[in-house]
Design a binder for this molecule. Structure first.
Ligand code: SF4
Ligand code: SF4
Length: 424
């Protein structure tokens, strides 16, 4: 590691020049943010540090963070609700005198906000935990619906952001997103964002914000940070046998994780990919991939292999929905592809994961989008290129996704969230 002005990094912060990994691979790749500052394409997700009881094992976390820093990683992502994380990284950055050499991304727990005073309270607490006087990339955490953003606007968030940017306490403002594509586009187009963060991987190409959301953000010049590149580890640990075999037989010799990362970095619209690294070995492995992954690297053969893997995963699914959205909008507001996606996830991954996904993308949007709202008009089926028996499949999916205790849970959560959003 060297210091000083870096040819690849016009922030004046250099920790990449001359770095070579264990196998002599080249230095970390960087991509620009909206102001032309260089961000390492590999970001450190600070949510999964190893714990000693309830507390983060700070010495271990320090080794991992410093290994990443020394390899050129300059983007560290945390959040108010990641237990102990802000305080831990604040301590590590201070102890190693690197605060000014890296970027901190953290998040406003917008779901806990009911007035302007609360925004200040959480933000000040975050600065204090992080031992800093500014946040480089600040996000509205976990928006799933445009109504959540509207609710923040109603308590004066726009004015607040303006003030914080003017005084330098926030350098870039963005949002992290977990809803459907339609709501993502609405939020994206409603404000002059500096960046955004989405769940994206080769399985989520047409769900969540999806490739459509990614490209729309890039078209507006907004950098996109990627979370869940491995779908919470599913693209590594829970691949069906057929998918594993296809990967093992490829001449490329990439690991399942490498395929997932390389698929992302192959796309110029992707800026930073977050990885929740909790061992030095994992840091080294990811850095090695990030140091050799380039836009346009993947060949037609590679894409064929990824399709094979996706097919092997989808063979375990229940409905052949591709997420094309030709059936939308439903006049009764049913989120048809969102419901099928979550239903399929129950079989390709796990019941729990499918229901969790359903709660995030369908169950907790302000406008209810449940399959039970279907009146059976059949309009959707006329447009479905997969000839899916949508009306019946919706009934089947809803029954599986919302057993009685989930129904009650989602209803309570909806009452709580939307009562709070009205400030009552
Ligand atoms: S059949 Fe049901 S889901 Fe399909 S468009 Fe009509 S109301 Fe919507
Ligand atoms: S049109 Fe058919 S395949 Fe496309 S999203 Fe709707 S249900 Fe799925």
């Amino acid at each position: 590691m060297t210091s000083g002005i870096c040819g690849r990094n016009n922030t004046g912060i250099c920790h990449c020049d001359g770095w070579t990994g264990k196998d002599g691979v080249s230095a970390m790749e960087y991509r620009n943010d909206r102001n032309g500052e260089k961000l390492s394409i590999l970001g450190f997700g600070c949510m999964r540090f190893t714990k000693n009881g309830n507390a983060i094992d700070i010495d271990k976390a320090e080794k991992e963070i410093m290994a990443a820093y020394n390899a050129g990683v300059n983007y560290f992502d945390t959040a108010y609700i990641y237990q102990g994380s802000e305080a831990a990284i604040g301590e590590i950055f201070e102890r190693n005198h690197i605060r000014d050499k890296i970027n901190i991304a953290t998040k406003l727990p917008q779901y806990m906000i009911s007035n302007r005073k609360a925004i200040d309270k959480y933000f000040d607490e975050e600065l204090s935990r992080l031992r800093t006087d500014h946040v480089d990339y600040y996000l509205m955490h976990h928006l799933t619906d445009v109504a959540m953003w509207e609710s923040l606007k109603s308590v004066g968030i726009e004015e607040w952001i303006k003030e914080k940017k003017a005084c330098g306490q926030i350098r870039n403002i963005g949002f992290s997103y977990h809803g459907n594509t339609v709501n993502f586009l609405k939020i994206l187009n409603d404000y002059d964002w500096d960046f955004c963060q989405i769940q994206y991987n080769y399985l989520d190409e047409v769900t969540q914000a999806g490739v459509e959301g990614l490209k729309a953000a890039a078209k507006k010049g907004i950098p996109v940070v990627i979370m869940e590149p491995l779908r919470g580890g599913k693209l590594v640990n829970m691949l069906p046998e057929k998918a594993r075999k296809a990967i093992a037989e490829s001449d490329r010799g990439f690991t399942p994780a490498e395929w997932a990362f390389r698929w992302l970095w192959n796309q110029p619209e992707v800026t930073v990919v977050l990885s929740g690294m909790n061992s030095v070995e994992m840091v080294e492995e990811n850095v090695k991939t990030a140091s050799s992954a380039k836009v346009g690297d993947l060949t037609e053969e590679d894409f064929k292999l990824i399709e094979k893997v996706k097919t092997a995963i989808s063979e375990k699914e229940k409905v052949g929905c591709t997420g094309c959205r030709y059936c939308m909008p439903c006049p009764k507001g049913v989120d048809i592809p969102g419901t099928f996606r979550a239903y399929n996830t129950m079989f390709s991954e796990s019941k729990k994961e499918g229901r969790f996904q359903f709660a995030q993308t369908v169950g907790l949007t302000r406008e209810p989008a449940f399959a039970t709202q279907c009146v059976g008009c059949g309009k959707c089926e006329q447009h479905c290129p997969q000839s899916i028996d949508i009306r019946n499949k919706l009934k089947e999916a809803d029954k599986a996704l919302r057993p009685i205790h989930y129904k009650i849970g989602i209803n309570i959560a909806r009452k709580y969230m939307f009562r709070k959003k009205r400030g009552t």
